[in-house]
Design a protein around this ligand. Structure first.
Ligand code: OGA
Ligand code: MN
Length: 294
């Protein structure tokens, strides 16, 4: 069995066959998958019946895992999964859908906004690996936007204007857009803004991409309303249908994306239904810009 990757969306989303990720992979297999990630930016695997441990073992092939602390409001005693598994489900520890007004649920609704994972961290994420353990029939698609193609399609003047811009990203901004503003002092401290370049260069391919995210709330040195209006405009450009792909989930799909060159969001679904999605995240290697002292 050898690894094959075919186009779902040419140059953006590939479909992988010929690999069982529940088993240890050799270095050639890992290299082939990593090359696939660089060539595309999203890879879809089907029928990967992983346990959490197997998902973590596979993820580590691509680098150290990112710890989930600092990315959510869930208290340790309320966690359904271990600290290296991001719980992207709509479930509580009792495995039942969270109540409509549950604070954790309201916070997680932020995943319906276009974003790049962990752009609110000083060192943002490399890959995200999302496993669909229990999926819903209607709604709940995950959509992806190719931020390299979106960058390439900008006019020369805009490219020059944004080349050296730096944004501030924070969960406070993204949740604030939804009117979720009640945060304790401790949470506000945890979600302190970080700085990210607006144009980033992929470390392997050298391709530039627009580094946007719902977490981006301002541009350093710009008046706030002007920054927000411009970021909104860039977002509208970046998520045009010609740059996007929508993934309809089948149980035990695994979708892997490069956060350095994509955005994603989940679409609305009936939250009385169980949707059990589990994400591992491969940590990034560097900051995109120097951070200010705290
Ligand atoms: C994520 C995420 C979307 C989804 O896992 O980072 O945004 O489809 N999830 O649940
Ligand atoms: Mn996400």
């Amino acid at each position: 069995m050898s690894i094959k990757i075919t186009d779902l969306t040419p140059g953006f989303v590939g479909e992988v066959s010929g690999v069982d990720i529940t088993q240890p992979l050799n270095t050639e297999q890992v290299a082939a998958l990593e090359a696939g990630m660089d060539r595309y930016a999203v890879l879809v695997y089907h029928d990967q019946r992983v346990s959490d441990d197997q998902q973590k073992a596979f993820s580590i092939s691509f680098g150290p895992l990112e710890h989930t602390a600092g990315g959510n409001l869930t208290k340790v005693a309320e966690r359904r999964l271990d600290a290296y598994m991001a719980d992207v489900s709509n479930l509580g520890v009792d495995q039942k859908p969270l109540a409509r007004d549950d604070r954790r649920r309201l916070f997680n609704l932020g995943n319906q906004l276009w974003h790049s994972d962990s752009s609110f961290r000083a060192v943002p994420a490399k890959y995200s690996l999302l496993s669909g353990r229990i999926v819903v029939d209607a709604g709940g698609n995950t959509e992806f936007a190719d931020m390299r193609a979106a960058y390439d399609a900008l006019d020369a003047k805009t490219k020059a204007d944004i080349e050296n811009l730096v944004c501030e990203h924070s969960l406070i901004y993204s949740r604030g857009t939804l009117g979720f503003t009640e945060l304790s002092d401790e949470e506000k401290q945890m979600f302190k803004p970080v700085r990210q370049r607006l144009v980033r260069v992929h470390p392997v391919t050298g391709r530039k991409s627009l580094y946007l995210s719902s977490h981006a709330g301002t541009i350093i040195g710009w008046p706030m309303p002007e920054a927000r209006a411009f970021l909104r405009d860039l977002n509208e450009h970046a998520v045009q249908p010609r740059f996007t792909y929508s993934h309809k989930w089948t149980e035990y799909d695994l979708v892997v994306w490069d956060n350095r060159s994509t955005m994603h969001r989940v679409r609305r679904f009936d939250e009385t239904m169980v949707r059990d999605m589990r994400r591992t995240t491969v940590a990034g290697e560097s900051v995109t810009v120097e951070q200010m002292a705290a």
